[in-house]
Design a protein around this ligand. Structure first.
Ligand code: SF4
Length: 383
């Protein structure tokens, strides 16, 4: 009989599961804290848990980590892990340390069905949704591995922020996403504030509305184009949920959002979406129309080229000129730092190494756990 993966449960789910074993909710809370706060996977080590419960769990349940297929670590502390999710599929998570925070970029799907032109993951196609346990296993591993690696004091956290900005469109894996978010936010779990957990979406409008109701966290929207014709081409989901609908959904989301702005991501593609005219259209889109004046911050992302895309990075001067038009109009606009294009920094490129479906398992085994002493890109994907 397959063992139940306890990483699949939020606290209510774990309480219901424990109730099925004849245990009270407070026992589930103890168990939950052992798993997520202390990083324990061995029931025998959970010393204040009733022995009867430990014995019951031992035969039927487990805390199932994801095997690490590869690791890339940079001199600046950025670490990218490739996790084996079976069947020749792998997903990536990236830890990005900064002075005042540690951010983990987490994947929600193996591959992605949205198929954005500038995204390495999108070019690999869609394999499958991750389970809640597989989403959380990335955080569980990273947090507890880093605490030991960085020699943090007891109670000190390595990860203060999570961005659902790794491989996949999180809102197309909604059922698994929401319990995972709840564990991140739970005081008995990772205790992160809603402002420090960000879901990044390419614009799945109905699910934005549901997230607003079910679990409002910070929202980032991958815009990448200021008009429907261009966005239809770059982000094909736009054909289903065009910009006017997306902007209206952003306004609705803000009614419940923990932050009073939406972050718009905009990947700068040379000669494609980076002209002064595009900047003015963008301005009109987010700030210019009375009915859709969306409080926002804009994050311009220098594109990380990969061969299949046929696209190039906008020159730095062009990015700055584009930013200036927006800044002059009063929109907070930042340009994301790029670091180390030399370690397959674009999201999905490392995973792409193992996605030869015919010999995937064999290739996965050959991937070393490697340390690259070069600056890594904090950016996981153009989301
Ligand atoms: S950018 Fe995001 S939504 Fe688009 S293909 Fe890549 S992972 Fe999917």
């Amino acid at each position: 009989m397959a063992l139940i993966n306890l990483l699949d449960f939020d606290l209510d789910g774990l309480a219901a599961y424990c109730e099925g074993l004849g245990e009270k909710r407070f026992r589930a809370t103890q168990l939950f804290r052992w798993i997520h706060q202390k990083g324990a996977a061995d029931f025998g080590a959970m010393t204040d848990l009733a022995k009867s419960l430990r014995d019951k769990l031992a035969g039927v349940a487990e805390v199932r980590p994801l095997p690490v297929a590869a690791e890339q670590a940079s001199a600046d502390g950025t670490i990218k892990w490739l996790f084996d999710v079976g069947g020749g599929n792998a997903v990536e998570a990236v830890f990005i340390p900064e002075d005042d925070r540690g951010t983990l970029c987490v994947s929600s799907q193996a591959g992605c069905a949205v198929g954005c032109r500038f995204c390495s993951t999108g070019h690999q196609g869609f394999s499958r949704n991750l389970t809640t346990g597989e989403i959380l296993a990335q955080l569980w591993y990273a947090e507890h591995h880093l605490r030991a690696r960085l020699k943090l004091a007891p109670g000190e956290r390595a990860i203060t922020n999570v961005v659902m900005m790794g491989m996949g469109e999180p809102l197309q894996n909604y059922g698994a996403l929401v319990p995972a978010l709840k564990v991140m936010l739970d005081d008995h779990g990772y205790g992160l504030s809603r402002r420090r957990v960000t879901v990044s979406t390419s614009g799945v409008v109905p699910m934005m509305d549901r997230l607003r109701e079910d679990c409002p966290v910070a929202l980032a929207v991958s815009l990448h184009a200021p008009n429907d014709a261009l966005r239809d081409d770059l982000v094909p989901l736009n054909k289903k949920y065009p910009l006017a609908e997306l902007m209206a959904a952003c306004m609705r989301y803000l009614e419940a959002a923990p932050r009073d702005f939406i972050t718009f991501e905009y990947c700068m593609l040379d000669g494609v979406n980076d002209s002064d005219e595009h900047a003015r259209q963008l301005l009109a889109l987010v700030h210019g129309r009375g009915e859709h004046r969306v409080p926002c911050k804009l994050n311009l992302i220098p594109f990380n080229p990969f061969p299949e895309s046929g696209l190039l990075r906008s020159p730095r001067a062009r990015v700055l000129a584009f930013a200036k038009i927006l800044q002059d109009a009063g929109i907070v606009t930042t340009v994301r730092k790029t670091r180390g294009d030399d370690i397959d920094a674009a999201c999905g490129q490392l995973a792409g190494e193992v996605q030869d479906r015919t010999r995937a398992a064999e290739r996965m085994k050959r991937l070393p756990v490697r340390v690259v002493a070069a600056p890594a890109d904090a950016r996981h994907k153009p989301h």
